[in-house]
Structures are given as C-alpha cells and as structure tokens.
Design a protein around this ligand. Sequence first.
Ligand code: GLN
Length: 286
Amino acid sequence: MNTVKSAQPTVGQTLASLQSRGLDRLDAQLLSLHVLDRPETQRGWLLAHDIDPLPPERAASLENLVQRRLAGEPLAYLTGHKEFFGLDLRVDARVLVPRPDTETLVSWALETLDGGHRVLDLGTGSGAIALALKASQPTLEVHATDLSTGALAVAQSNAQRLKLDVNFHQGAWLAALPDASESFKCIVANPPYIAELDQHLATLKFEPAQALSSGEDGLDDLRQIITQAPRHLARGGWLLLEHGYDQAQAVRNLLTQAGFAPVQSRRDLAGIERCSGGQLNPKPNP
Ligand code: GLN
C-alpha cells in the first residue's frame, strides 16, 4: 500500500503558500516549472498535478529562488532566460534583461532595412536587438558592439545557440568598429539613459549599472552616439534610439542639431514615446 508523507507539501499547496507570501502568481508558477525542469508553456501541468507532492530537493531549490525573487532579483536571472521578439535568449547578471518595449525599436529598424543591408546594434548586451534583426531578415549583415566583455560573451553564446550569424566588436559605441570608414544603412541602440540620481535605479539594482544610468540627465551616452553616428551612416541611413519616457523631445532636438531630417518618435506598448530616430541626407544636395 502506498503511504503519503503528510509533511511533504503538494504542488498546489506550495503555489498557494508562495502567493500568500507575496509572490506574484505567474512568478510562482514559472519558478515552480523551472525547478521541475518543465518548459514555461506547461502552466496547465501545474493545475493538472496540483495534488502531486513536491520532492524535497525541488522544494529546497524553489525556496532559494523564491527568496531571491522576493528580494527583487529579476525573474529572468533566476530562470536564466528571457523571450524577446520570439527568440529564447539566455541571460544572466552580466546583461540587462531585454524589455518588451525594446521590440518597438526592432520593428522600426526592420521597416528601414532590406536584403543585404548592413546594420549595427550599439551596446548589444544579451544580443537581443541584433539577433532579432538577423532572425527576421537573414540576408542582413548584422554587426553589434558592447564595452563589456561579459555582455559580449552572453551575446556570442546566444548567437551560437540560435545559429544566427552576427559580427561582434568590443569597445565604446562606434569606436568599437575595427575600421573607421565602416558605413551602415541603419544604426540602432538601446543605451543607458536613466539619470544618475533617478530613484527608479534602486529598483534595478540587480542589473549592470553601466547598462542603465548615464550622467546627470541620463543623456550622456545618447549624446555621444548621436555625435559619432553620422560618419558611419550611408546616405539616407537611419539612426534609431531607445530613450527614457520623458526624453523624446530632448533626443529629437539632438538628432536635428546633428543634421538628421526628418526626425520622429515611436511609442512603446504603454503608449509612451520610447524611441526617436532620423534619417541622414535622404536626398543628394542640389
Ligand atoms: N527601460 C529600462 C527601465 O527603465 C531601462 C533600459 C535602459 O536604460 N536602456 O527599466
């Protein structure tokens, strides 16, 4: 006869107790699936197996992850991956967790690009933008840079695992390019843009500070990129930038001053102007 150890909580009891401790329902489900080695698509499995006992070693791993999540660590660092533009990316504390809002930038870049064009992603982090571009338009020649060697290691391993061919370069913004005369049809970047003293940074303390904050007004890196980009853009080339919720006007002004025209902004999923960009010399001078 089977005996059930009453001390061993079931899957259902565990989920209920995690929620009563303040863990978000979805996070509780995703962390439970993670320690059970089940894909995130199997949330239904948890419901169907709610009276299964949770083996003690799995319960111990889960407890460790729950404590880290309750302390504010991003879910993606705990599960080790994050979905972006339909790609499953591996992420860890060396890179910013890709945000769904950044998909706005990818969609905009794809509208400006066509087969064989050269495109550059500055500060690629996990490789999210560069890999999404290559996956969507395989004939693009995609280049990506990052100052952080740790981030480049993450991006490179994502590229290998997803079998996407991207050329990576280490260095500061456009100075990372091996050849000063390289020219692109489109340059994209999601640089750090949070003001140094912004209180929002406290909620992002697990992610790399160098990927998040940029000087007193948050615009230091955006200014550098806007200044450096024109000499690396083909005629009619585009510079498309992600920025903070209140920076659209400032970034449009910087783009206009640097000779981009027309300059425009795009909204993210929350309706906030999240990206601004412009085209360089679309028509030959008369
Ligand atoms: N949008 C992100 C946030 O506020 C920050 C990303 C960035 O600095 N590039 O959470």
